[in-house]
Design a protein around this ligand. Structure first.
Ligand SMILES: Cc1ncc(COP(=O)(O)O)c(C=O)c1O
Length: 1000
């Protein structure tokens, strides 16, 4: 509501009510780009009187949702301030205890310069995955630094950037070794001191691909007849073991070794690559990334040279640009999901780029000496604590440790936990007779004193510790009077001498130059300036939904009540978190029309995999576990077949017709042919061709009639919220990408959240996590889900700390706002399609020539006529200041444009103008007015160095190259490198930091 005229101030009859002036719905207009007036103009271009008429023409009536989104208390929108206040109430129901739980998650200080200039900086968090290298050199450099850091610390040859969490990284290592390893064995041996959540994720992953996971003492690994062995270094209970002989014996037995290693400990310990590990995995969380109730955090995976072409995930590599200068780009597997599909090495697509960037910057900022000092302090803290508790009469179960002590607490265990609780401290509950304490870089002298005091309080013997009596704590103004320095003087460091690290690490200049805050700030700014993110221009990437990531949505992520909670903190301390999560689950239930949702999967790919495991579990529960055929249309995103393969299913491809729809006749034939074994179909809706297929209900019915389940890939949910729902038109399972439709930023390639949503009959199979006692209790499954598929992520709620982003979005939009967003997304896409159609043919459209929320431009005829390729156009758009649309997916030789609802008409017009001007440039080539090889498209993008060079070798002018439209004079983005040569980089694979001299 907007006051019509200021006259209302004089005229009481016209004046708005107080309720109207409160503007609870103010955010809706902030999120949606085009104003009401803009929308009227756009609708006129399309020939519609109003938006409702357009939507009626686009969405098949048979699937149209007629109810209002059943959002309960979230039906009405809340203003930004109101939503933040409501969320704050929930956050305050969490209790932030000091955590010594460890088990893979540690306290850490996020350096303020990184917090503000990376995590809270839209230049970093709104960037897309660096598929277009020329506009991504900043984040590619940061990710290359991550790889170099991991290579150095693990002592292995190649590292990726990045994986989703430690558990899934270990599972990826297992399947990697299965591909390269001893063909006769299907045993993967896991040491019994591996993190319990990792063991659980590995077990879940192993089962469908017939890997037999055996858990036992590390010492017995060589005799297990396994193809691979997983060791934890240091072990979950703190032990630091020398695995040299064991690794040699395992190799002797023909198996390979994976080390799950703690990066901070590796600054002091012999790295796995030096003691014989073939693969190293782990998390980089404690390098400046908050605990975050379990995520998001970046995991790493590093391998020996021989395995580098088998690696899962994204690998940044060095290549050259058109001028022969070094340029970075994603190497090898970049588009593996698109190209190799069911033969892909893994289904990982969205990873944890933003968190990997943070961790790499932590290493850049502290440098090798700083990191070593932090590690030494952590170790000394543990050593002082060990000496203290021993003096108090406790025995330690581990003689060696880096940061973790296992204390034999016997009958005092409960009393210890009780005393800890009174001090707002969490210790690790190992069992009834032992507690675990893991210290970290945040543990201070006074924390140490507190810990000692609590052990003193519970000690049964008279303590020998100066200044402490059992049952009492001597404090002065709250601080315990313990002589930490005396204890310090008395302790020996307990790292085994033979394991002390001798090799250097982080010697590259990048890790040694930016230790002052001024230098660091400028380095971060320099890198951010190289990149094009949503804070500069629209990113019209089809299938990726690069919409607004509102600041109000981002603020809660770093609130301590969300950021500083350990994933295995007692439930009594996470009440607010769990309420927020439950509310978000219900919001997503309302949006999808399903019965229950799990937020555990931490990317769309993981949601797909979880969904397929759920389908398998359902069939198995009905005695039909043999059903393993998964029908997948030819147009599917590559993660679909890759996930099906991981879930142990056999992929059968269904053809698409000339309009890009599922070929129903082919579907009928294949469903009938495989009826006995049909497990599922995976369809994307609206289709990856950007069309609402009219016969989606029929497709679902055909599959159901043959005993299969319907998986609807929900990556395109942005075209459905409030208008139609997969759970209502025949779907049984979907994953959503909260990092698309529900506003979690893409972070330069992650984090993501890929919730899996299911119909009622599948709710009892949703993921759980038995190792930490997490069994869901859904409304749909009152008894909880002991039948769940197990853990698909290390933490029970996956990337919990970014869930407030989606919660805020839905709370601020309300039911009407969400529907309005979907309608505007459809309007924006159709406006672009209509205006560009005279210049570029739109490949697919539905009823009335309309598209859904994205459109595909067919550039193949242009290539035939002019030699100008999709890539040339994509790169030329950079000269105009735009990120290219999605290239050659799902159809080679095309561009897929998705504007989203957040782009204003002005920005859409700017993009359309750029595309039309580019078409004129192409026409000049077609008509012989421009040279076929020497034209601005073929040489795009143009760097400032090229434009400013003394010599200009081209047939076209500098101005046309750099300023093809006048508006660029006011604001120009300069790509830092020319066109990257992908083939050169793949032939000469080099994936670590280049000497600085190469950039000269
Ligand atoms: C249609 C579709 N399905 C699945 C995915 C996989 O999602 P994620 O990248 O979060 O793993 C994508 C991602 O781009 C997608 O576009």
């Amino acid at each position: 509501m907007k006051p019509e005229h200021p006259d209302h101030l004089m005229n009481r009859a016209n004046r708005p009510t107080f309720a109207e002036l409160e503007r609870h719905d103010a955010f809706v207009e902030r999120h949606i780009g085009p104003s009401a007036d803009d929308q009227r103009q756009m609708l006129a271009v399309l020939g519609f009187d109003n938006r409702d008429a357009l939507i009626d023409a686009v969405i098949p009536p048979s699937i149209r949702r007629r109810d209002s989104l059943p959002l309960g208390e979230f039906t009405a929108p809340r203003s930004e301030a109101e939503a933040l206040a409501r969320l704050r109430e929930l956050a305050c129901q969490n209790e932030v205890f000091r955590s010594y739980i460890g088990q893979g998650y540690y306290g850490t200080h996020t350096p303020a310069v990184i917090l503000r200039n990376v995590l809270e900086n839209p230049a970093w968090y709104t960037a897309y995955t660096p598929y277009q290298p020329e506009i991504s050199q900043g984040r590619l450099e940061a990710l290359l630094n991550f790889q170099q850091m991991v290579i150095d610390l693990t002592g292995l040859d190649t590292a990726n950037a990045s994986l989703l969490d430690e558990g899934t990284a270990a599972a990826e290592a297992m399947t990697l070794l299965q591909r390269v390893g001893k063909p006769r064995s299907n045993v993967f041996y896991v040491a019994d001191d591996v993190l319990p959540q990792t063991i659980e994720v590995v077990r879940t992953r192993a089962q469908p691909v017939d890997i037999d996971v055996r858990v036992g003492p590390a010492a017995a690994a060589a005799q297990a007849g396994a193809f691979g062995v997983l060791l934890q270094y240091p072990g979950v209970n703190g032990d630091v073991r020398d695995y040299r002989d064991l690794a040699a014996a395992i190799h002797e037995a023909g198996a390979h070794v994976v080390a799950a290693a703690d990066l901070l400990a590796l600054t002091l310990l012999t790295p796995p690559g030096e003691w014989g590990a073939d693969v190293a995995v782990g998390t980089s969380q404690r390098f400046g990334v908050p605990l975050a109730f379990g995520g998001p955090h970046a995991a790493y995976l590093a391998v020996r040279d021989a395995f580098k072409r088998q690696m899962p995930g994204r690998l940044v590599g060095v290549t050259i640009d058109a001028q022969g200068k070094p340029a970075l780009r994603l190497a090898l597997q970049t588009r593996e999901q698109h190209i190799r599909r069911e033969k892909a090495t893994s289904n990982v697509c969205t990873a944890q780029a933003l968190l990997a960037i943070m961790a790499s910057m932590y290493a850049v900022y502290h440098g090798p000496r700083g990191l070593r000092q932090i590690a030494e302090r952590v170790h000394r803290t543990a050593a002082i604590l060990a000496a203290g508790v021993r003096q108090l009469g406790y025995a330690l179960a581990n003689d060696t440790f880096f940061d973790t002590l296992t204390i034999e607490s016997g009958t005092r265990t409960e009393a210890l936990h009780e005393a800890a609780r009174a001090r707002r401290i969490n210790l690790r509950r190992i069992d009834n007779a032992r507690v675990g304490v893991s210290v970290d870089e945040t543990t201070t002298r006074s924390d140490l004193a507190d810990l000692l005091a609590l052990f003193a309080e519970t000690a049964s013997e008279a303590p020998a510790l100066a200044g402490v009596q059992p049952g009492t704590v001597h404090t002065q103004s709250g601080a315990p009077t313990l002589d930490i320095d005396a204890l310090d003087a008395s302790v020996e460091d307990t790292l085994p001498g033979a394991l002390l690290r001798r090799s250097a690490y982080l010697t590259h200049p990048v890790f040694n130059r930016h230790h002052s805050e001024t230098e660091m700030l400028r380095y971060l700014r320099r890198l951010a300036d190289k990149d094009l993110a949503l804070d500069r221009a629209m990113i019209p990437l089809g299938s990726c939904t690069m919409k607004l990531n509102a600041t109000s949505e981002m603020l809660p992520v770093t609130w301590p009540e969300f950021a500083q909670i350990h994933p295995f903190a007692p439930a009594s301390q996470t009440v607010g978190y769990r309420k927020m999560i439950e509310q978000l689950e219900q919001m997503l239930v309302a949006c999808t029309g399903y019965a229950a949702v799990s937020l555990q999967p931490n990317a769309g790919s993981q949601g797909e995999y979880a969904g397929l495991l759920i389908i398998h579990a359902y069939h198995a529960s009905r005695g039909e576990g043999h059903r393993n055929v998964c029908l997948i249309p030819a147009s599917a995103h590559g993660t679909n077949p890759a996930s099906a393969q991981m879930a142990g299913m056999q992929v059968v491809v269904v053809a698409c017709d000339a309009q890009g729809n599922v070929d129903v006749e082919d579907l009928k034939t294949k469903a009938a042919r495989h009826a006995d074994k049909l497990a599922a179909i995976m369809i994307t809706y609206p289709s990856t061709h950007g069309v609402f297929e009219q016969n989606v209900r029929e497709i679902c019915e055909i599959v159901h009639a043959h005993g299969g389940q319907v998986y609807v890939d929900g990556a395109n949910m942005n075209a459905m919220v409030g208008l139609t729902a997969p759970g209502q038109f025949g779907g049984d399972v979907s994953h959503l990408n909260l990092h698309k439709t529900f506003c979690i930023p893409h972070g330069g390639g992650g984090p993501g959240v890929g919730p899996v949503a299911v119909a009622a009959h599948l709710a009892r199979f949703l993921p759980n996590q038995r190792s930490v006692g997490y069994v869901r209790e859904d409304a749909a499954t009152p008894a909880g889900n002991p039948d769940g598929i197990g853990a698909v992520s290390s933490a029970p709620y996956g990337s919990a700390a970014i869930l407030p982003i989606s919660w805020m979005y839905i709370a601020m939009m309300g039911a009407c706002g969400l529907k309005s967003a979907t309608e505007t997304a459809i309007l924006n896409a159709n406006y672009i399609a209509k205006r560009l159609a005279p210049h570029y043919p739109v490949l697919y459209s539905g009823a009335g020539g309309l598209v859904a929320h994205e459109c595909i431009l067919d550039l193949r005829p242009i290539k035939d006529a002019s030699g100008v390729t999709v890539e040339d156009i994509a790169k030329r758009l950079i000269d105009y200041g735009f990120h290219a649309p999605t290239m050659s997916f799902p159809v080679p030789g095309t561009l897929m444009i998705e504007p989203t609802e957040s782009e204003s008409k002005a920005e859409l017009d700017r993009f359309i103008d750029a595309m039309i001007t580019i078409r004129d440039e192409i026409r000049a080539v077609e008509q012989g007015r421009a040279d076929r090889d020497d034209n601005p498209l073929k040489h795009a993008p143009h760097t400032a160095a090229v434009i400013g060079a003394d010599t200009w070798p081209h047939a076209y002018g500098r101005e046309q190259a750099a300023y093809p439209i006048p508006s660029l004079a006011a604001s120009k983005y300069w790509p830092p490198v020319g066109r990257a040569d992908n083939a050169y980089g793949d032939r000469n694979l080099f994936c670590s930091c280049v000497p600085v001299s190469d950039y000269a």
